[in-house]
Every structure is written in structure tokens, then in C-alpha cells.
Ligand binder design. Sequence first.
Ligand code: BES
Ligand code: MN
Ligand code: ZN
Length: 492
Amino acid sequence: MNYTLNSKSLADIKADCLVVSVPEKGDWPASTAAADAALNGMIKDLQKNGDISGKAGSTLLLPLAGQPWARLLLVGSGSESPQGTASYRKLLNAVFGRLKDGPSKHALIALADNDVKDQDEAWKLSLIARIAEEQQYRFTGFKSTKAPQPTLARITLAASANNKTLKAAVSAGEAIGHGMSLTRDLGNTPPNVCHPTWLAEHAKSLSKEFDVIKTEILDEKQMKKLGMNSLLSVSAGSEQPARLIVMEYRGGKAKEKPHVLVGKGITFDSGGISLKPGEGMDEMKYDMCGAASVFGAMRALAEIKPAMNVIGIVAAAENMPSGTATRPGDIVTSMSGQTIEILNTDAEGRLVLCDALTYAGKYDPETVVDVATLTGAVIVALGKEANGLFSNNDELAQRLLQSGNRACDRAWQLPIWDEYQSQLDSNFADMQNIGGRPAGSITAACFLSRFTKDYRWAHLDIAGTAWVSGKDKGATGRPVPLLVDYLLSHVQ
Ligand code: BES
Ligand code: MN
Ligand code: ZN
């Protein structure tokens, strides 16, 4: 998509479609009033006659004649004043959902002067670009007939100025959108194609595309040498070897400590010997969405190029049953030296993450954030709206919560109090890998906390947010917006 900012009056900008918003009641944004004046009061009449209600996200598309714009798209902005961020996002999704299948090629978006609670113009422009990208997303590579390209190819953003700050905001939104698309592509790719080695190849191609990213891939032999027996216990039953993928973005000073992202990359989670029930098992191809979000965030960084250092680590493995698979009851020694009794081979995410988190320590990190589709229990607790957040540092937790709010990719914090740790006591090893039914997401996070004592760490459980099921099944690209906002908050 091609984006340009334009601060001229709307009547001086030609486009296939002008987009303005109409609230249910109250004052109009200046751009809506200007469009109405140019159209001799047409928008006022449409609202008076009930053709447009102003309900958040409702739309009306009309052809125009004798105007600089071939069409007019009216979108409702609801009854809140100022508008909440959620309803603004809903409005943008409605706009780009309506525009994506044409016929307009060039849209003039005059929505950055809506009054949105606590947000400035830069924030609005950034979100417009991101949602335009989100709505253009398609995953059609595995269909035998070629899908038509999206019609919308050019967006002009009406803005108060065409300056560096606002341009950067648009570019950042676009970069986040691109990152989300990559995350969704990786997540949606079927598990017979998307295996650990394929993910590693993807990291290499990312470093080919972007000079600022360097990649290092560790194979099973190298991981064995490092003592990553916990991670390797997960790939033991699979024909596909595990990979530890390290992506480095060095935009800051050489001695500046890096922020580290760690992603769970289980390319298929059958449960292993503790086999999952069959229904819906296909969705366990999404068990690498944490890893995919690390890829997406790295890609966004490579486009935005902030002055900071970020390391992305992906623990990639396939969890399968076989004669060589790990058994319930097996005990392994992790890279940290701590021993783990594996009572359920389906609690494999924490087994790959613990070694990756120990490995992260070697970078002397400023902070470490891991991202994982870790527990079904987090869906019970928080549903599909909030990312589950856990941290050993309250300042870090607050920062991530704020980023989630700002990026419309919200998180909610759950405790990892010491009192929960005893659920992981094992009779035979330093710990066991399951903590029973109560507080399943918390005990999973408690398990990870035993490997992250040396640095400030947070864990995002994205089992509920990374993809949607049902008719619209697909990866969402979350929590790329949260991660990128969080990382950029250190340079602004
Ligand atoms: N990848 C799953 C978690 C999951 C389940 C995500 C369903 C999204 C939807 C994870 O590896 C897993 O199997 N967790 C188990 C842990 C249990 C055995 C302690 C779970 O949540 O049931
Ligand atoms: Mn599992
Ligand atoms: Zn899993």
C-alpha cells in the first residue's frame, strides 16, 4: 500500500473515495463538516433521513458526481464523546473492510481529526495505516486458483501537517501491519510445511531482506552441547529436528544492553505421548504463534530502525508421539542444571522455553519478554480478548500493560506468587512440569520464573489471542502491536 499525508483542504485532493465519519449525536469533526459543505449539506440530509445512523462501525457508500471524489464512504463513530479507542478501532476496521474489495483504488481518509480519548494525531494516523494493512491481509497461497489482488492500492491521509513526526507515525503503523502479516502467514502455514527447519530458513531470509538483522541457527547437536535437554526432550519423538533461532537487531550502541524476545515455536503440538483429543487438533499448528510474533516484531523493527538493540530467540520444535518420544515419568536436566520430571508431555511449551530463557541470559539483557501459546487455562481465565501477563518486575509489567492499551492489543496481569510454586513440587526431581488443574496458567508461569531469576522478565500467554477459530479461522498477528509499542517506548 502506498501512503501519503496531505494537509490541503479536502476539496483540493482528488480521490476515488473520500472517507469521513459521522457521530450518532454531537459535534462533527472538521473534515466531516468540510465535506458536507462541499456537498451542499448532503451528509446532514442523509443523517436526518435515517440513511446513516452514526452507530460505531456502520457504513454507507455512495457514488458522487461532479466532485473531486468519485465516491463518499460515511462511517459511524458512535455516541461517546470523545470517542474511545475501541470504537475508533472498530470504525477503522469497518472502513477498510468496506474498501478492500473495491472498486476504489485510491482512498482519501479524513479520520485523523476525530476526537479520540487521550490520543493525538500521530497515534490516529499510525492506527489507520496499521488497520489498512490488517484488512488487506489474505492467505491464499494454498488455493489452486489465484485470488484477485486487493483493489485498494493508494491511501491519502488528511492531516494537519505533512511533517517528520506524522510521517514517522504512518510508517510505524505500516511496519507494524507488515509485521502482523508476517506473523499471520507463519501461523497459518500448515504444519507439514511450517516445521522448525522451515522457520529457521525464514529467519535467514529475513536477514537477507534486512541488513540490520543477523541470524544464527543452532541445531540439535549444538543444543545438546549446551545442555538443552529439556528443549530436546520435546523434539525427541519427531522426525523433524528442533532448532534454536536467534535473530539480532542491532540499532543501538554496541555496549547498550539488548531487550530480548523469546518465542514458543511448537510447529505442531499433538501432545506427544500424552496425546491430545482429536477434535480441533489442527489448530495446534498455531502453537508456534509466539515464535511468529517474535518474527513479526523483528520485521517491524527492521523497517522502523529504532536506536536500540533487540534479540529475538525462537525455540522451534515439533511435539509428536513415537517410539523415541519422551515418556510421562522421564526426568531431564535443563540447561540451567535444574532437573524436571515430565509428568505430561503435553506441557511441552515450558520445556522448550526454559532452556531458551536460560540461553537468553548470556546476552546480559535489559529485559526479557517471552511470548507463548502456553496454556488452555488462560482462555478460560481471559477469553480471546486479553493477553495473559506475568512478570517478576512490576515496573516492567506496568510498561507492558500500557503498551497493550496504546496498541489496542491489551494484556491483563495475573499473579506468580510464591504460594503457587509448591504445586510444582516433584517427589523425584527438582520440579515437575505440571501443577494440576487449579491456576494452570499461573503454575506454567511459575515454572518459567524458576529460569529467569537473573533478569527482569515478563511472560505473555497468548493462547487466547493469537488466532481465532470457527468460520474465520486464522492467525491474528497479536501481540505484535504490543511488543513493538513496548520496544519503541524505550527510545521515545
Ligand atoms: N499449546 C498448548 C496450550 C493450548 C491449548 C493453547 C489449547 C491453545 C489452545 C500447550 O502446550 C498445552 O497443551 N498445555 C496444556 C498444559 C497441561 C497439560 C498442564 C493445557 O493447557 O491443557
Ligand atoms: Mn501441549
Ligand atoms: Zn503447546
